[in-house]
Design a protein around this ligand. Structure first.
Ligand code: SAH
Ligand code: SF4
Length: 364
């Protein structure tokens, strides 16, 4: 099912790999630091053309940028803004023609980028535009980093900078675990993007082995679980993944994570009229998460072409929240940002490329 990845770029190297690669060609550790800064602090679009580099690094880049390593691995092919400019969405074209989405959201005093981790997604959640598209391939670490790079460039043009990352774009991060963790490690490396691990959140639909690995590796990022239902019957009808890892296993893994990390777990719940928004669902949710340090974020469904469900009305969402809170669980309703830029997961891409077959690459 997985199609081969396009050639590697320099952005796919971790800092240690970059050091080792340069050392193998006789360059010093300081050259790796300069190159890393050039890519991730200066956001240099043409590193091979920068004049003031140390001659050995300049020579190395002249030889390898573009030739050994495929130069840039993503380019922005479309940018749109919500009417209030608080949500900006980019479509990035990868070197094999795949198109992915990145969203930059502004909140008072801070900016957050929502990143994609796969082209498409194999998990098939019925209400999700990315799930409806099917799986194409995993992104490489450099392609995940390219999204941070472009978000930072966008913000820097206005004198701002990125503070938070959420892995809530296209794809399931725990189905592309290694590339995701390498990209996050690079995003927190100093010098470079220098993002704080506490400002990074990884969201999973409930891939239990990924949650266990994340816990055992003591990854320093926040964990979000897309829960959406409090009985196996309701959940399996919305999220096929529940048939593989049912609620009992998922909650056990969440408890393991919470106990080992001492951190709160954030649960996402998309409210769909008549499917998961009853007060009985809310009461079961409270029971399910008993004993866990948890926070529930409710989002009202953002309609997609491939799903006939409708969003819960605002008053019913308020009643659901009140029932959860009355059970002692912290619970908030989040606005789906930038509806007018189709900022739901995978929606802009689906809108622009409605008949793209899941397993085929777009022409470059
Ligand atoms: N695959 C991961 C990361 C993507 S996160 C995960 O599912 O957690 C995207 C979030 O938006 C998920 O919680 C998902 O369930 C939710 N979502 C997807 N499509 C949506 C829609 N049409 N309306 C509201 N929420 C949606
Ligand atoms: Fe994949 Fe997440 Fe969409 Fe489900 S909600 S199809 S896991 S991206």
């Amino acid at each position: 099912m997985d199609t081969p990845c396009p050639p590697a770029s320099l952005y796919d190297l971790s800092f240690a790999q970059m050091q080792a690669r340069l050392a193998a060609d006789g360059l010093k550790p300081v050259h790796a630091t300069s190159l890393w800064k050039l890519l991730y602090a200066r956001l240099e679009p043409r590193p091979e053309a920068v004049e003031e580099l140390a001659p050995p690094l300049k020579r190395w880049l002249a030889k390898h940028w573009g030739a050994t390593y495929g130069g840039h691995n993503a380019e922005v092919c479309e940018r749109i803004e919500s009417s209030d400019r608080q949500t900006r969405k980019m479509l990035l074209r990868l070197s094999d023609g795949q198109i992915i989405e990145t969203v930059v959201m502004g909140y008072p005093g801070r900016f957050t980028a929502c990143l994609s981790t796969q082209a498409g997604c194999a998990m098939g959640c019925v209400f999700c535009a990315t799930g409806q598209m099917g799986f194409v391939r995993n992104l490489r670490a450099g392609e995940i980093l390219a999204q941070i790079l472009e978000a930072q460039r966008l913000l820097r043009a206005d004198g701002n900078f990125l503070r938070n990352l959420v892995l809530m774009g296209m794809g399931e991060p725990f189905q592309n675990y290694d590339a995701v963790m390498q990209a996050l490690s690079a995003a927190t490396h100093s010098p470079g993007f220098c993002l704080g691990p506490a400002h990074i959140s990884v969201s999973t639909v409930g891939v239990v082995p990924g949650i266990v690995r994340f816990t055992e590796e003591r990854q320093p990022y926040s964990l979000g679980i897309s829960l959406h239902a409090s009985s196996d019957q309701e959940r399996s009808a919305l999220l096929p993944v529940n048939q593989r890892w049912p609620l009992s296993e998922l909650i056990k893994a969440c408890k393991y994570y919470a106990a080992r990390s001492g951190r709160r777990v954030f649960f996402g719940w998309t409210l769909i009229h008549g499917r998961n928004d009853s007060l009985e669902s809310a009461a079961r949710l409270v029971e399910l998460l008993k004993g866990l340090d948890a926070h529930v974020n409710l989002i009202r469904l953002n309609a997609t072409a491939g799903f006939e469900g409708v969003s819960t009305a605002a008053a019913a969402a308020d009643a659901f929240r009140a029932a959860v809170q009355a059970g002692g669980l912290p619970c908030t309703i989040r606005q789906y940002r930038g509806i007018d830029v189709a900022a739901g997961c995978g929606q802009l891409r689906a809108e622009r490329l409605p008949r793209q077959s899941p397993a085929k690459a777009l022409p470059a």
